[in-house]
Design a protein around this ligand. Structure first.
Ligand SMILES: [Zn+2]
Length: 107
């Protein structure tokens, strides 16, 4: 699974509450435990994916301690359906296009 999609699925399933603070380490632990990425995957390997999520306005980085990012959602993620890629978690302000293949998606 694409790492940025895996991150979104983990956030959707485990941290989908704007009042919660969670870290990139927690998200990565779940991604590895659930076999969404290889066990050797490190926080450095997915740093760009987390930065992209911040840039997309999905999460904000509220604090940083070495490689640990403390993150909060702006709004809960919602699942939309891409015909090619399956379910994609997007937040309410994001364009309704699949983050993997770029086609329009429906709720
Ligand atoms: Zn797609």
């Amino acid at each position: 699974m694409d790492a940025s999609l895996a991150i979104r699925h983990v956030i959707y399933k485990h941290f989908n509450d704007p009042d919660l603070t969670f870290t990139n380490d927690q998200v990565l632990d779940i991604m590895i435990k659930d076999d969404m990425v290889e066990a050797a995957c490190s926080v450095d390997d997915v740093e760009d994916d987390f930065q992209n999520l911040c840039r997309a306005g999905v999460v904000r980085n509220i604090a940083q301690n070495f490689t640990t990012m403390y993150l909060k959602l702006f709004t809960p993620l919602q699942l939309v359906q891409c015909k090619e890629c399956g379910q994609i978690p997007l937040h309410s302000e994001e364009p309704r296009v699949c983050i993997i293949c770029g086609v329009s998606v429906t709720q």
